[in-house]
Design a protein around this ligand. Structure first.
Ligand SMILES: Nc1nc2c(c(=O)[nH]1)N[C@H]1C(S)=C(S)[C@@H](COP(=O)(O)O)O[C@H]1N2
Ligand SMILES: [Mo]
Length: 221
């Protein structure tokens, strides 16, 4: 133990701050960048919003919509539309970066923060990964830490309007800090798992993580 008066080490505040540091409290995961550095390497800006998918756009009404949250969680959840809309609502404005090189700035999303979902579902200690399952058969994988990003949403609205079918409505993930293929459209199930399970594009040569700032487009092997 040090008795150096400049390094008080046992105040209540210090202990509280240490607990916050361990929990990652207040970590936003956001980096503020000047405008000149807002576009990740190799991207170009678009003003429209391209539609990209497997060519099969399932039509799901909110009346028939359900979302399952299962796997390695303490509390499995099965939400119908009213359950989902009764959750705490969040808004985020974020940029889209698609691996096919287009980016779109300032998309205003509304939905349920993934962190709210995690508070309810309580992933078990072994749940280090998440698999998203969609109605078109698409899957994509994330680490729990990426899924828990502060600005990640299960989005039901874009620019104040319900998310259209072609863009993944009723509900899609929006995870701004990774390339947009990680943001699964037509979400139907969120599965927590103890091992990484590469999804549709990840087994077809896309990078496992997909950080646009590191240009993690395709895997090296
Ligand atoms: N269910 C599902 N989600 C998906 C896809 C898909 O084919 N099916 N394509 C991904 C890809 S490659 C991209 S770039 C974005 C496109 O979203 P957008 O059509 O709303 O622009 O959705 C992602 N999520
Ligand atoms: Mo994409």
């Amino acid at each position: 133990m040090t008795s150096d008066p400049d390094t008080p080490d046992d105040s209540k505040l210090t202990r509280t701050k240490q607990a916050w540091a361990r929990a990652g409290k207040f970590l936003t995961g956001r980096i503020s960048r000047p405008d000149s550095e807002r576009l990740p390497p190799g991207q170009h800006l678009v003003k429209d919003w391209p539609v990209l998918d497997l060519g099969l756009q399932p039509e799901i009404s909110t009346a028939n919509w359900t979302l399952d949250i299962d796997g390695a969680v303490e509390n499995r959840l099965h939400w119908r539309w009213a359950d989902f809309m009764a959750q705490e609502q969040a808004s985020e404005t974020s940029d889209i970066h698609c691996v096919t090189t287009w980016s779109r700035y300032d998309n205003r999303w509304q939905g349920v923060a993934t962190r709210s979902l995690l508070d309810l579902a309580q992933p078990k200690p072994e749940a280090g990964f998440v698999v998203l399952h969609s109605h078109d058969g698409y899957t994509t994988n994330l680490t729990l830490a990426d899924f828990a990003s502060e600005d990640a949403l299960l989005a039901h609205s874009w620019e104040g309007e319900p998310l259209t079918g072609e863009h993944g409505g009723p509900v899609r993930l929006v995870l701004p800090k990774l390339y947009f293929w990680k943001s699964a459209k037509w979400l139907k199930r969120i599965e927590f798992v103890d091992r990484n399970q590469p999804g549709f594009w990840e087994v077809r040569g896309y990078h496992d993580r997909g950080d646009p700032w590191l240009e993690q487009r395709y895997s090296d092997d």
